[in-house]
Ligand binder design. Structure first.
Ligand SMILES: Nc1ncnc2c1ncn2[C@@H]1O[C@H](COP(=O)(O)OP(=O)(O)OP(=O)(O)O)[C@@H](O)[C@H]1O
Length: 432
């Protein structure tokens, strides 16, 4: 399988410092250099071809606000798909809530949008359950990435023994030049919880449970030679949407709102990882840019080549974020990112800086990072970030984080070794 991400080679030119960004701009930049084109592989899905439409064209919004009551919808339920519509200018599928995607899937609502397409909650008339359908943009590179995602999902599904923690693919098909991937329906993401909780940290026992499951997922993928490359809180979903509100006694005194006095916690800590569209073959050499900025490993930024351990770095960043509520490296600039790493973790090793590629050599001067504050503040993770949030298990989690966030990828913990760390031997997070 060739899982090279088709979008990443251009990332060097696409990544630039952003001046007017919201607090956590998470998406990789979108590319609009392609025209819709059929993918030859798209003829061989688990299930294929339900299109019965013909042409009308609609306005700019992807969710159409037409009146769907009465005869129109009844007609659709019988006939199958709605009339043909043009995609929007970015190749997104245009739809109306309540209509069929295909005769089998009825669209209930839109639950997400990513670089690759839109995710729709649909009623599956055949299995009589809600599913999440990713409708991929009708653009060649995204279609190809979707086919790679399907390859990865099918491989993961084949070896899954009910505990892989990877979202399950239920079906896929090619519909009006959009690859559609049908997934089991999951709940909100870890990031959704952080946001709803105004970026307050999770309890350390929950962090332990989430970290353990995340590492189980990564270990399972790595055993199958797959590198996820885009692990981040948005791509980790709770299986259930249920949560409880508990009083938060650590709320700042100046905050009077009722929401600030309560914190949402999931009823069940069970999670699954999603978004396998950037999955790569771990046995091949890669040095294109991967990962969403804040979770990107130093070897990726420095152009030194990367493999399995770039996922481990992302897990380290995610665990710190769960403990503190804030992204560990909140930046959009490579040099500042590396300088922040030095502030938290100490100086980058000389042997890494000596090997930087031509894109990254501008960040290095006389064997050191070319950053004014380079030699000054060297706060440790312990002093600066985590200690204040974790109390009793601080020692354990800091030791684990230091293993996950080692600069040198060859000495970084593996997923299996991390799972054996004493931090994970403590009591499990209990259901509330
Ligand atoms: N199985 C699922 N159940 C519920 N929601 C889902 C599911 N899969 C995806 N979503 C929602 O849809 C969003 C987009 O999905 P996904 O990350 O797979 O798309 P993407 O286009 O690859 O995104 P990105 O731009 O991050 O690469 C997710 O953040 C999540 O909110």
């Amino acid at each position: 399988m060739g899982f090279v991400h088709p979008l990443m080679e251009t990332d060097y030119v696409a990544e630039f410092p952003h001046n007017h960004m919201d607090r956590r701009p998470r998406k990789r930049p979108r590319f609009a250099w392609d025209f819709p084109q059929a993918h030859p592989k798209a003829q061989s899905g688990l299930y294929f071809g339900q299109d019965v439409g013909n042409g009308t064209s609609m306005g700019p919004s992807r969710v159409l606000l037409t009146d769907h009551s009465g005869l129109y919808l009844k007609g659709l339920a019988q006939k199958g798909s709605p009339p043909w519509r043009d995609d929007d200018k970015d190749g997104h599928y245009m739809f109306a809530l309540g209509e069929n995607l295909t005769p089998r899937y009825k669209i209930h609502r839109k639950i997400g949008e990513g670089t690759f397409g839109q995710v729709l909650e649909c009623w599956d008339r055949e299995t009589r359950e809600m599913v999440a359908v990713k409708v991929v943009r009708s653009i060649k590179k995204y279609r190809e990435a979707a086919m790679s995602e399907i390859d990865a999902l099918q491989l993961l599904g084949k070896y899954d023994r009910n505990g892989s923690r990877c979202v399950q693919i239920r079906n896929w098909f090619d519909y009006r030049n959009h690859i559609c991937i049908v997934f089991e329906m999951l709940g909100p993401s870890i990031y959704d919880f952080l946001r709803k909780n105004s970026y307050r940290p999770f309890p350390v026992d929950l962090v332990r449970e989430l970290g353990r499951q995340l590492l189980e997922c990564v270990a399972f993928m790595h055993d199958l030679r797959l590198v996820h490359t885009d692990l981040k809180p948005e791509n980790i979903l709770f299986v259930s949407p249920d949560y409880v509100k508990i009083p938060d006694y650590k709320v700042p005194v100046h905050s009077f709102s009722e929401a600030a006095c309560y914190k949402r916690l999931p009823k069940s800590s069970a999670i699954k990882v999603i978004d396998f569209g950037s999955t790569a073959d771990g046995h091949k050499h890669h040095n294109y840019i991967v990962s969403t900025r804040h979770y990107r490993a130093p070897e990726v930024i420095l152009g030194l080549g990367w493999s399995y351990s770039c996922d481990i770095w992302s897990v380290g960043c995610i665990l710190v974020e769960l403990c503190t509520g804030e992204a560990l490296f909140q930046t959009h600039d490579n040099l500042e990112h590396l300088a922040m790493m030095e502030r938290v973790l100490g100086p980058l090793p000389q042997q890494m800086l000596k090997r930087v590629d031509r894109h990254a050599e501008k960040y290095v001067r006389r064997g050191r990072l070319d950053w004014p504050d380079n030699a000054t503040s060297r706060d440790s993770i312990k002093a600066n970030l985590v200690m204040q949030h974790v109390d009793h298990s601080a020692g354990d989690i800091i030791d684990l984080l230091q293993g996950l966030l080692r600069y040198d990828p060859s000495t970084r913990l593996t997923a299996h070794s991390a799972l054996g760390h004493p931090f994970f031997s403590r009591d499990l997070y209990r259901r509330l």
